[in-house]
Design a protein around this ligand. Structure first.
Ligand SMILES: [Zn+2]
Length: 88
């Protein structure tokens, strides 16, 4: 049996390492613009979060995404993240 290496990333809510596929990526483009990256392929610096509202709320409270990406995250991004999580 082949063992494939699964890329792991840390959730900004619960701070646990999870397979990249199970997380949502928030990306800051080289121009400094934030977006939600569902393909995992957008260029730029990324922060990750589990697909659950609890982790999102934690990340909002601790402002960990802001710190991680060294930018401010507007309400709009959080709202869209929440929608993505709920619609999953
Ligand atoms: Zn989490």
């Amino acid at each position: 049996m082949k063992t494939r290496k699964i890329p792991m990333r840390m959730c900004n809510g619960c701070m646990e390492m999870k397979p990249k596929k199970e997380l949502i990526r928030i990306v800051k483009s080289p121009e400094g613009e934030l977006s939600i990256d569902l393909t995992g392929k957008k260029p730029g610096r990324g922060a990750y979060i589990c697909k659950n509202v609890e982790c999102l709320d934690k990340a909002i409270k601790t402002k960990r995404i802001n710190k991680n990406l060294e930018t401010s995250v507007d309400e709009e991004i959080y709202k869209r993240l929440k929608e993505e999580i709920i619609n999953e």
